[in-house]
Design a binder for this molecule. Structure first.
Ligand code: UDP
Length: 379
């Protein structure tokens, strides 16, 4: 790093956290920053680009559907892209047939061979729940309490075992709470007020956020501890255990990988089909052209997704947050609290299962706090 970088901020990671922060600090604080990323592209795991064989916009690190009910976040992202309404209607393929997810009135009626209206369906599902569970202590208890054994085993048990590589009893109830259960025919995967896709992909959104004279970006540039000396402050958005060279142990993550194929026409008729059955090795299949229904492509590209434990060198995706992880995390947090020149921000640096809109909200909030503190220091 040359002397030219002195008196600037270093932001490690060009995903939503790092780039929103860089932009806010530039616009509201006139602060110059260098954003580095170890990969050869911006946008982190949201990175999209067009597949050369099909012309389809591909979400390289798995599908990202932007959804938020936060007007501040919605106003913010609209500055950087044209967004097209997009409702993710996920299907689950199990040996008995294909069902709609999240569980809704159609799923319930189809699964149990009933013609319930909302109130009867609700009473019926409540009658299936395990009432001996008062405060669900884990994923399985949450499912058994609110859905009962049959729906849990058909749609959640196998998928969760494959996705997380552990018994659902070992996972927090909060993972299941991500998914709504509805007693009407609404089958959007999310409840959020705004559910959209960027017209030209996420990489363009991030490129537009970074497009500011006070922001410089360097790709293929991994973080090195020595860099700290050359900047006034470092904001690290990578994995916190990596920052401390795994001194307190490795935090558990699941990683995902894909078998990629190309075909003519339409492969599965939907963007996402989940495979909860344990007899099938993959968790879900994504057909990326259905994430951009406003485009036309003769050919299609299909990603079959598998999940595995993260090993050194793999990209960490899903923080497991098992009990062992939590105690490791608290040791890293204690180290982080001692830092005066380094802050940690985002999904990997705080080891939480965050969606894009939450990451953006936190980056906006963090920048406000950072600027306020900075102002006080310079007065
Ligand atoms: N899940 C499941 N069956 C499904 C879809 C989801 O059991 O068909 C569980 C699974 O444990 C998953 C969690 O619900 O990790 C949250 O699902 P979500 O779709 O939010 O996961 P993501 O989109 O982040 O992969």
């Amino acid at each position: 790093m040359g002397a030219g970088y002195q008196k600037r901020l270093l932001i490690v990671g060009a995903g939503f956290s790092g780039t929103v922060l860089a932009r806010e600090l530039a616009e509201k604080g006139d602060l110059r920053s260098l954003v580095i990323d170890a990969r050869d592209h911006i946008a982190g795991n949201c990175h999209t680009d067009r597949e050369s064989g099909t012309g389809v916009m591909v979400h390289r690190y798995g599908p990202h559907i932007f959804h938020t009910s936060n007007p501040v976040v919605w106003d913010y992202v609209q500055r950087f892209s044209e967004w097209v309404p997009f409702i993710n209607r996920v299907k689950a393929s199990i040996p008995r047939g294909v069902f709609g997810l999240p569980i809704n009135l159609h799923t319930i009626n189809q699964f149990f061979g009933k013609c319930f209206g909302p109130a009867d369906a609700k009473a019926f599902v409540q009658s299936l729940g395990d009432h001996s569970i008062r405060e669900p202590a884990n994923f399985e208890e949450q499912a058994l309490k609110f859905l009962g054994k049959d729906l849990y085993e058909a749609f959640f048990f196998g998928y969760t075992k494959k996705q997380w590589g552990c018994d659902p009893k070992d996972l927090p109830a909060s993972i299941l709470q991500r998914l709504p259960v509805r007693f009407n025919y609404e089958d959007s995967y999310y409840n959020s007020r705004w559910q959209v896709m960027p017209k030209h992909g996420y990489t363009e959104v991030i490129r537009n956020i970074l497009n500011h004279p006070l922001i410089e970006v360097k790709l293929s540039t991994p973080w090195e501890p020595a860099m700290k000396e050359e900047f006034e402050h470092v904001i690290f958005t990578g994995p916190i255990d990596q920052y401390y060279d795994y001194s307190e142990g490795r935090l558990g993550y699941r990683t995902v990988f894909w078998d990629q194929t190309e075909a003519l026409g339409d492969f599965q008729g939907n963007a996402v089909i989940n495979y909860p059955d344990l007899g099938v090795a993959h968790t879900r299949i994504h057909e990326h052209k259905h994430f951009a229904p406003w485009e036309n492509h003769e050919r299609t590209c299909v990603f079959t997704e598998f999940s595995k434990e993260t090993e050194p060198g793999d990209i960490p995706y899903y923080p497991k947050r098992l009990n062992g992880d939590r105690s490791i995390l608290s040791r890293y947090e204690a180290l982080a609290n001692e830092e005066t020149k380094v802050s940690f921000l985002g999904r990997l640096a705080t080891y939480r299962y965050l969606d894009m809109h939450q990451v953006i909200a936190e980056a906006l909030e963090f920048s406000g706090g950072f600027l306020a503190a900075n102002k006080k220091t310079s007065c």
